[in-house]
Design a protein around this ligand. Structure first.
Ligand SMILES: Nc1nc2c(c(=O)[nH]1)N[C@H]1C(S)=C(S)[C@@H](COP(=O)(O)O)O[C@H]1N2
Ligand SMILES: [Mo]
Length: 330
């Protein structure tokens, strides 16, 4: 049905995000303010910052071409109890260490050069390919998916990504039997990427991340080329980034230029820098605390234009256990 336009999920009314639910959440929020566990003081977070909501330059960063026609894939439920995070908040609260060590990197990230982008897919595959963005959009059917997003720093959002499943790319390049892992490499250019601006030791640029091939072949593993129905803004990792909703956010490498299938588990950026805080697997797990804070709860950033959050319980695999738990039942 190529001419049937399916409205993107984030434009549909959200019957399940009821007034009752938000009332309960607010109660929960107030209750937890009293006995706050991990405090905003622990992690560099802006509390109720009126921030950049009114900044016309912020809106300009996401007034990008639409990605249409768009088919919404609603197979991956589990976000009905939460509203979709508003774009004005999601686009000004990011992690992109190449452009700075705070959440407020959206302006600095506009220096990312995205013209003539190419993604090289190679290593242990039968059909190595170099794609430009148009190739990717033509070859792989784009769809919209609403996913929970959980950062290891215990904040979370619900985001409407547009892209294609990683398994489609795997099918196109055909991994050889000796391919056991994939390595994603982000763009790096020291001339336009000043880094975090505080001392972390010698940094293993470029940013890299990795999965086992079976994880990459899972239905949930996704490459995003858009968000909120439009092309990806630079602060979200334009023009293509990984989205792995059952893992902590750092697994989802931004601005990918290289995808390699390899035989051995590769070194990755955060795991190399701080191995005790950033495990290789990094599945969301409320029962496994970070060395410096609990992972049992998260600060959910939802609607509105002023940055604030409500505490929510963190779920095993970020709520996606039915799709991925099999991967880990050794
Ligand atoms: N290249 C690169 N990719 C990255 C990061 C980064 O600093 N550099 N940060 C990661 C972390 S810690 C998170 S939480 C997400 C944030 O994605 P968002 O800013 O689009 O919400 O990107 C991940 N991908
Ligand atoms: Mo993160």
């Amino acid at each position: 049905m190529p001419f049937l336009r399916v409205p993107p999920a984030w434009q549909l009314p959200r019957p399940h995000a009821t007034a009752e639910a938000s009332y309960q959440n607010r109660r929960q929020f107030l209750k937890q303010l009293v006995g706050a566990g991990i405090g905003a003081s622990l992690i560099p977070l802006a509390g109720c910052r009126s921030g950049d909501a009114e900044n016309p330059n912020l809106a300009a960063t996401y007034e990008l071409p639409s990605l249409e026609p768009l088919v919404s894939n609603d197979r991956f439920a589990g976000v009905d109890d939460r509203p979709i995070t508003s774009q004005v908040l999601a686009s000004q609260y990011n992690n992109f260490y190449e452009f700075g060590g705070s959440k407020n990197i959206w302006l600095a990230a506009q220096a990312l050069p995205v013209n003539d982008w190419q993604v090289e897919v190679g290593g242990l595959v039968k059909n190595p390919q170099t794609y430009d963005l148009d190739d990717l959009k033509q070859q792989f059917d784009l769809e919209e998916r609403l996913y929970r997003f959980r950062c290891v720093e215990a904040w979370s959002m619900v985001l409407p990504w547009v892209g294609f499943p990683m398994r489609s790319l795997l099918a196109a390049v055909e991994p050889r039997p000796d391919a056991k892992f994939v390595r994603f490499t982000s763009a790096y250019d020291a001339d336009v990427m000043p880094g975090p601006g505080f001392h972390l030791g010698s940094l293993p640029w470029p940013y890299t991340e990795s999965l086992r091939v079976e994880e990459m072949a899972n239905d949930l593993a996704f490459f995003a080329v858009g968000i909120y129905g439009k092309e990806l803004p630079k602060q979200h990792g334009a023009p293509i980034r990984a989205v792995l909703p059952w893992k902590y956010g750092f697994k989802g490498a931004k601005s990918i230029v290289k995808i390699e299938l390899v035989a051995e588990q590769p070194k990755t950026y955060w795991h190399t820098l701080v191995p005790n805080e950033y495990g290789y697997e990094a599945n969301v797990n409320p029962d496994q605390p970070h060395p410096r804070w609990s992972q049992a709860r998260e600060r959910f950033i939802g609607e509105g234009t002023t940055l604030s959050w409500e505490w929510r319980e963190t779920l095993p695999y970020n709520g996606y256990g039915e799709f991925v738990a099999d991967l880990y039942s050794a």
